[in-house]
Design a protein around this ligand. Structure first.
Ligand code: SAM
Length: 359
């Protein structure tokens, strides 16, 4: 494929701003012909669009990593079942509620329960937990990020009060998906889960890793087109970062530069999306989260997990914030966000796109 001239690339960005989608070929050529000048051109637009919908506000999500047990064996992930060196933990209901309690007093109005796929937590236990959290904090949104479950479980969680669900598609290319996951996991099932979640009424978040081993620009273009088709309320993307105890230990990590470019494109494609500046982005680049906000992101997800377990939820090497207390993370984020002219707000931070439960 011919490389685009700068003018042609800028025209494609203008077109994306207007029509919110491009052909696969156009996405590929934009990705391949990106330069610092083109990124600046893109970020000016993505920042402006974010501003139109969300002003200078940055929403907080308090992440509670409640278990690092996982029945899955994703090749990239540090808490995969086969990693015998991982030191496993589970939080009790009381510990989780105390994270929420601390989070609430620190101004969090969304709690994200994230974990490995851990069957220790039955539907009944999770339903009880969801009801308790929503009763204690009726003004807060509750997000689940606990992987693939049945339609019936998703529906029951939603009816018990869960508002949102994060489930990244990881890659929209079935062959690439099979290189990142064991045969028991398929892209088809992942997509079905996402459709189920949407149909039930959750505000849905999907997303992918940038720079996962063997990933091509064509696959990234597929990721963008899949997101356009799904129209999720949230999109989480972050660089792949190698973990020393996985089959991908020696693989090169993704870059902040490409992650930021893709964040900018996603803001143009889904103007009202909630886009986190992820922890992985802050890990690969010390100013990654600030740069993410300046590329169009509008969410940050500080850690609310108890300090004793932080370094055990090690999805990848050198993960940041593992030694901090929740209050330190909160303060640090405040400073980082205000240093670039934005403000963290005490708000549920719902998507402007809607979802049955939006308030
Ligand atoms: N089990 C749930 C699931 O699979 O959706 C939630 C936990 S899972 C560990 C959360 C996310 O971590 C995944 O969607 C994946 O994109 C990300 N992740 C895992 N390993 C990673 C790595 N080595 N580098 C970057 N991100 C990673």
């Amino acid at each position: 494929m011919m490389k685009q001239t700068m003018e042609q690339s800028k025209q494609l960005i203008d077109q994306l701003e207007e029509t919110h989608v491009l052909s696969k070929e156009a996405f590929i050529s934009l990705i391949n012909s990106r330069t610092p000048e083109l990124s600046d051109y893109l970020f000016e637009k993505s920042r402006r669009i974010r501003q139109e919908h969300y002003g200078n506000d940055v929403y907080l999500r308090g992440l509670i990593e409640f278990t690092n047990y996982c029945k899955n064996d994703c090749l990239y992930c540090g808490i995969r079942r086969s990693n015998k060196n991982a030191s496993r933990y589970r939080l009790t209901k009381e510990q989780i509620l105390s994270c929420c309690d601390e989070g609430y007093s620190l101004g969090f109005r969304t709690f994200v329960l994230q974990g490995g796929e851990d069957s220790h937590y039955s539907d009944e236990m999770l339903l009880d937990l969801i009801r308790e959290i929503k009763t204690c904090y009726p003004d807060c949104a509750l997000t689940l990020s606990i992987g693939e479950r049945s339609y019936a479980s998703y529906k029951a969680f939603y009816e018990a009060g869960a508002d949102r669900y994060l489930l990244r598609h990881e890659t929209a290319d079935p062959v690439h998906y099979s290189k990142l996951h064991p045969p028991s996991l398929t892209l088809e099932t992942r997509k079905k889960c996402l459709m189920d979640l949407k149909n039930i009424g959750y505000q849905v978040g999907s997303g992918f890793m940038v720079g996962s081993p063997g990933q091509t620009s064509a696959q990234l273009a597929e990721d963008l087109l899949f997101l356009h088709e799904l129209q999720p309320q949230m999109v989480g993307i972050g660089p792949f970062i190698a973990h020393h105890d996985t089959p991908f230990a020696l693989e090169e990590s993704g870059t902040a530069e490409l992650t930021l470019f893709l964040l900018g494109l996603i803001r143009l494609m889904l103007p009202t999306a909630l886009l986190p500046a992820t922890t992985a982005l802050g890990t690969i680049d010390p100013l990654g989260r600030e740069k993410g906000i300046l590329a169009g992101a509008n969410v940050v997800m500080p850690n609310l997990s108890p300090r004793e377990v932080r370094d055990k939820y090690l999805l990848y090497d050198n993960k940041i914030c593992t030694g901090d207390e929740a209050a330190e993370c909160r303060q640090c984020i405040d400073g980082r966000i205000s240093s670039i002219g934005y403000q963290v707000v005490v708000d549920r931070g719902d998507s402007k796109l809607g979802g049955k439960k939006n308030v």
